[in-house]
Write a protein that binds this ligand. Structure first.
Ligand SMILES: Cc1ncc(COP(=O)(O)O)c(C=O)c1O
Length: 305
């Protein structure tokens, strides 16, 4: 259950949580065309709260909307400010922020001309997405029988509401079989991403991750490139076969919700020693210091509220 906050930002106004309602003919509810973001805000040791990589998330929201030909009726700066205002008014020190752009009610059918494009921003407190134990000890990953979308089937660079049906099918399949998270392969059989995270491996000191072909361009993924560069760790974008993950020294997942989660097992094969490896642990250490404002090198990633 999501714990209620005081307000939800809806179409330019903060409205009380329980009053943020939509009509049953809301178009996105029927056909799945909407775009969204997932953002986190963290409290630093100095007590101040900062939203992590806010401009980058809002840029991706507008990119997603552009790809899907949804005209957001606000400027990016207004949506950024709305995220800050919602956090402030909800008096949350840490939260997950969910901007959602959706097609409102009006006409039905697949080509509504004049339905309003609506925007909501919801903030709630959300702990470790794959569990605290998962963050510390690693999770059990399973390759799903569901394939990630082909790029001519869905627009995979966009964070589209309907794209997540594929993620949900994969997640359900593997969690019902007792695993923590699903790995999806692309239509050619190479590793794409997890149901809500990007995937990395470490082998002989080199970090590798699939290129931006069928996957969401993760903002945490982008942080890994910067941090690895700063640590002098070689990093490559290359196609990865599932069995390369089996024999990797380390595997980890990245995402705003999942942060940097080590993988201790894939398809019942132990990864490396079966515990988070030194590269994953170092990246976690630097990442968590960055999100909490403890490393001035990454100060530009923070928007204080
Ligand atoms: C399918 C998918 N891939 C990757 C990611 C990671 O993206 P980010 O690091 O920007 O949260 C997410 C999460 O948003 C996702 O849903």
């Amino acid at each position: 259950m999501v714990d209620k906050a005081k307000y939800i930002w809806l179409d330019g106004k903060l409205v009380p949580w329980d009053q943020a309602q939509v009509h049953i003919l809301t178009h996105t509810l029927h056909y799945g065309l909407g775009v969204f973001e997932g953002i986190r805000a963290y409290q630093g040791h100095d007590g101040r709260t900062a939203i992590f990589r806010l401009p980058e998330h809002i840029r991706r929201l507008f990119d997603s909307a552009h790809i899907m030909q949804l005209e957001i009726p606000f400027a990016p700066a207004a949506i950024q400010q709305a995220c800050i205002d919602t956090m402030r008014q909800n008096e949350q020190k840490e939260a997950y922020l969910r901007p959602l752009v959706f097609i409102g009610d009006g006409a039905m059918g697949l080509h509504p001309q004049n339905n309003p494009i609506r925007v909501a921003i919801i903030t709630w407190v959300w702990g470790a997405y794959l569990g605290d134990e998962g963050l510390q000890k690693g999770i059990r990953l399973k390759t799903s029988s569901h394939t990630r979308h082909h790029v001519n089937v869905m627009m995979t660079s966009a964070k589209v509401v309907g794209n997540y049906v594929n993620s949900i099918l994969a997640k359900r399949e593997v969690t019902r079989a007792g695993y923590d998270e699903a790995l999806l392969l692309d239509p050619t059989g190479y590793v794409a991403e997890a149901s809500g995270e990007n995937v990395f491996l470490v082998k002989d000191g080199v970090i590798k991750t699939p290129p931006l072909t069928t996957i969401l361009p993760g903002i945490t993924r982008d942080c890994i490139f910067t941090i690895a560069g700063d640590l002098g760790l070689p990093i490559q974008e290359v196609s990865i076969a599932r069995d390369e993950l089996y024999i990797a020294d380390e595997v980890f997942l990245t995402g705003t919700a999942a942060e940097i989660t080590p993988v201790r097992e894939l398809d019942d094969r132990t990864i490396g020693t079966g515990s988070p490896g030194p590269v994953t642990k170092k990246l976690q250490e630097v990442y968590f210091a960055a999100v909490k404002g403890e490393n001035p090198k990454y100060a530009s990633w923070l928007t204080y509220i």
